[in-house]
Ligand binder design. Structure first.
Ligand code: PCA
Length: 328
């Protein structure tokens, strides 16, 4: 399909969804693309969310989850929802910071490094982020944090002297900048393609949680994980604005109830699994340890620079988020 045809289809789909099913008493079927592995907790929670929506709407909305980027690749999910090709889907929020810098609020190094602080930061950011998403024709139903982010390497790393020229898999523009500051060569790759990238030597290092290393069995290619806990980025489940506005208020309330409950259970699951992932990496032969003092000091210096750069691009709204966070 050309882009134009896709957009035309999207408009038709959007209109059908907006006026349709609930009003005349038929169920709506929603396909929900998700970017990460079917066995990842984000995807499993997405299925729980879908079950709750079916229950709380008395079957009026029937969501089918498509994990692992199988329906749309991670990089295409937001646009598919914005244009109404699908009504709902899930994606990594800070992957969209290149288009809307505010959406990098959760990718600021060493600002909120525990689940509690990450929740506080989200509280501080939520209204501004939702307003930004409305401009993109999206409504966020719930967000869910990944465990803290650390570095994977194929060798011991004590400082940036060891990272020069290393090919680094990034997942958004901020992590590409981070890599460059460490003298590495970034290449953006979806989690779904990560194993292949490591196997073929396209990348031999990346930053992520223990979760993605576990999902992708990275011990087959890499040897060291350095816990840094630099930030806990979030995925979000979003709906096309017209789709949302076309729902009756009681259906909206039922879907939001399912979303609020899933937000809580998903964050709890993430926290519960964080150490399990580290144990699994170690069990499979990786050296899992805290980043050493020299490396950590370098990361902190780079982090401060990245936060300053984010504030420049996100403007007063970004500063307001950090001020609100620091005031609490
Ligand atoms: N895993 C995802 C995003 C953050 C995370 O922990 C990834 O590496 O793509």
């Amino acid at each position: 399909m050309t882009d134009l045809t896709k957009l035309a289809c999207a408009a038709v789909t959007g209109a059908l969804i907006a006026t349709g099913a609930i009003a005349d008493g038929h169920a709506q079927s929603w396909d929900m693309p998700m970017a990460y592995a079917a066995t990842n907790f984000h995807s499993e929670q997405g299925v729980i969310f879908a079950d709750k929506v079916r229950e709380y709407t008395d079957g009026a909305i029937d969501i089918t989850v498509h994990p692992g980027g199988s329906l749309f690749g991670g990089g295409d999910i937001k646009r598919a929802i914005q244009t109404g090709q699908v009504p709902i889907g899930e994606r990594f929020m800070s992957a969209h910071a290149n288009e809307a810098p505010l959406l990098g609020w959760d990718n600021l190094p060493f600002i909120a490094t525990s689940y509690d602080d990450n929740a506080k930061l989200w509280e501080a950011a939520r209204d501004t982020v939702n307003a930004q998403l409305a401009d993109l024709n999206l409504v966020a139903l719930y967000t869910c944090p990944w465990p803290g982010q650390g570095f994977y390497f194929a060798k011991e790393v004590a400082s940036s002297a060891d990272t020069q020229g290393v090919k680094f898999r990034s997942y958004n523009s901020a992590t590409a900048t981070f890599a460059e500051e460490l003298g590495m060569i970034p290449v953006q790759i979806e989690a779904a393609e990560l194993s292949q990238a490591l196997a073929t030597g396209v990348a031999s290092a990346f930053i992520s949680s223990g979760s993605t290393g576990y999902d992708r069995k990275v011990w087959e290619h890499l040897t060291h994980y350095y816990k840094v806990n630099a930030w806990l980025p979030r995925n979000y489940v979003m709906v096309n604005s017209q789709t949302w506005d076309g729902l009756d208020a009681d259906i909206q309330a039922a879907v939001q109830r399912a979303a609020d409950e899933t937000a809580a259970s998903c964050a709890a699951k993430s926290a519960e699994l964080a150490d399990f992932y580290f144990d699994e990496l170690a069990k499979n032969g990786m050296t899992v340890q805290d980043a050493g003092p020299e490396f950590l000091a370098e990361l902190e210096a780079i982090g401060a620079k990245m936060t300053a750069e984010w504030l420049e691009t996100a403007g007063p709204d970004g500063q307001a988020i950090l001020d609100a966070y620091n005031a609490n």
